[in-house]
Ligand binder design. Structure first.
Ligand SMILES: [Fe+2]
Ligand SMILES: [Fe+2]
Length: 319
């Protein structure tokens, strides 16, 4: 049985290596190219930023909200890539003396995530210089990585597959189509997406491999881990939406009352939940792979846990 499943899998790993070599890019030579962000333009497209939630905002305030969300978007990727790189290094090690094609594909994946983290650190430095002072990205990469990596490999790979699939959806469905976004902003996520395409395939393969390895009891417990991880992501989003609302209010150019700041915070939280949780749950590939692994009762546990978040973003689901 092992040989039967491993042959096509190895071919898929090999294809990822080939694609990874073909799209390989360098931060300065290919992405930044001596450019800066254009602050007269938006960063995160309206659809992804759920701009419809901010009906009260002037065009200038909407542009600022898009830039704040865009800055947090870049920092969120830099954040999760810390744990993803660490997990992939661990999984690569398991293949070090095994199939060398699988090993190489996962080492490349790890290397790319290290480069992406450097890219997002560079962008944060550029945005700190170009935007008003006072922005804070609260989650700490190593603290988050420590919490995520304490969970079972099945759950960590499930979360990772979800993230890398929604990364592709965001670019293809929103960022690529936005004529108003800063050119550098769009290019960053074009180049990022080109390498994430391979990561999404590798996540799925390794997640399925892990799924086949564990017992039903371990899977039952891993479902609880995945629910905990989504809850932890939501906790980070609540924290950052508060910080970003305060930053917006401090630079909005007019006095804002507490209820107005609360409305901005609620709008940002809905947008962040859409970006980092709900858009991934709507990815067909993710739900198919997950559904094939779980019993209906386990699927129901996950859907039930997501319900409050889905409800909060329900009005936005088709925006
Ligand atoms: Fe990445
Ligand atoms: Fe990735």
């Amino acid at each position: 049985m092992d040989t039967a499943v491993q042959v096509p899998s190895t071919t898929r790993y090999a294809k990822c290596i080939e694609a990874s070599k073909k799209v390989r890019w360098e931060i300065d030579r290919d992405v930044i190219r001596g450019r800066n962000f254009d602050y007269t333009k938006k960063f995160l497209p309206d659809r992804l930023a759920q701009m419809a939630s901010f009906g009260f905002a002037t065009p200038g305030e909407k542009r600022f909200l898009s830039q704040i969300q865009g800055r947090t978007y870049a920092n969120m990727f830099g954040l999760v890539e810390r744990y993803i790189g660490a997990k992939l290094a661990e999984i690569s090690g398991l293949h070090a003396l095994g199939d060398q094609v699988v090993f190489e594909s996962l080492v490349r994946f790890t290397d790319e995530e290290l480069k992406h983290q450097e890219l997002f650190r560079r962008l944060e430095t550029m945005m700190a210089a170009g935007m008003p002072a006072g922005y804070t990205f609260l989650p700490q990469p190593n603290d988050v990585a420590g919490a995520v990596l304490s969970k079972s490999t099945w759950a960590v790979l499930a979360l990772t597959c979800h993230i890398e699939l929604f990364t592709l959806d965001h670019y293809r469905q929103s960022i690529d189509k936005d004529p108003e976004a800063s050119d550098l902003w769009k290019d960053v996520f074009l180049f990022h997406m080109r390498e994430e395409s391979q990561h999404a395939v590798l996540d799925e393969l390794e997640w399925q491999r892990e799924n086949a390895r564990i017992s039903p009891a371990q899977r039952e417990s891993a479902v609880g881990d995945l629910i905990d991880l989504v809850g932890a992501v939501d906790g980070l989003l609540q924290m950052q939406s508060g910080a970003d609302a305060e930053y917006f209010a401090a630079h909005a150019g007019r006095r804002m009352g507490k209820s107005e700041i609360d409305a901005v915070r609620a709008g940002l939280l809905r947008a962040y939940r859409w970006q980092y949780i709900v858009s991934g749950v709507q990815n067909e590939r993710f739900m198919t792979v997950l559904g094939e692994m779980l019993t209906p009762a386990q699927m129901q546990r996950i859907v039930g846990a997501l319900e409050p978040i889905l409800k909060d973003t329900a009005a936005l689901a088709h925006a």
